[in-house]
Design a protein around this ligand. Sequence first.
Ligand code: AHM
Ligand code: MG
Length: 340
Amino acid sequence: MADKNFEKLILPMGTTLDRFIMRNQAHFPYATGELSQLLRDIALASKIVNREINRAGLINIAGSYGSNNAHGEEQQKLDVVANVRFSRALRNGGEACAIISEEDDDMVITGNNASKYVVAIDPLDGSSNIDVNVAVGTIFSIYRRRTPVNTTPTMEDVLQAGRWQVAAGYILYGSSTMLVLTTGKGVHGFTYEPSLGEYYLSHPDMRIPETGTIYSVNEGLLPDFEPGVQRYLEYCRAKRYSGRYIGSFVADFHRNLFKGGIFMYPATAKHPTGKLRIMYECNPLAFLAEQAGGKATTGTERILEIQPTSLHQRVPLYIGSRQMVEHAEALLQAEVPVRA
Ligand code: AHM
Ligand code: MG
């Protein structure tokens, strides 16, 4: 019989993402194994992207690619690499009939018309941080298609309100790489073990604290914000809350998920409807926030209720600990917006 010290030396590694998905497949809506396969395809692509990010400084893959994306923003080389990696994995995996990506102008029809799912993806969010070795992320959402299988998917399949997501998650390429996932039954975090090439369940049933003392916003844009937002920020400062802003949404969200806090990207002069995109950034993290007990709104409306009208639509975003988001909403609505 092994003694306690010996047992400590050989602690079990725990549950791999694959096993977790397999075990929980029965809980997935309409489970037939395809959604599980789709999640595995995303996890596989993320391992490749993780490898590229880790060696970016060595192989001339950091920096600008020299072109703009669908939003007229400068694409980084790794944006392009990540987009190809995820699109290829999803196309070859066969379980996504259409993909929309922050990096592509239009919907990509994969040719897998027999498949039931569509995927929205921001392959590499916060990629301008790569050059300075700061955490970046991948964000994804999965929806069931609306049109019948074995037909060509249409915009109706990809332009769905966030409440129809069947799964969403992100991969944070940080000091360790984590995949955080919801399939509508809570939020679960998996940490990547690079030497084994596996994600292991490290943070089951993650809950965001009801309230917190962190506010995350690009405060340099303060003069642009509506009076209600300015008032809420005055309150945060008066309370001596900690201002924490990385400029990498996944990393800011992840920290607040653990510690409690609010992340805001209000409307500004440059981005009159907010900067973050509903399909690629707001919906998936709103689904995760709600599943963890938090809240996500535009200041007046639940993010997951918004019916999108275009692929790259942007909305203002207030997301995080429930009480903090509700407080921000109350102060926002108390004032008439400057840019009504
Ligand atoms: P990106 O998708 O082009 O990387 O832009 C999104 C990023 C978010 O990660 C981050 O929260 C935000 O832009 C930062 O914007 P700003 O630099 O205006 O504060
Ligand atoms: Mg992005």
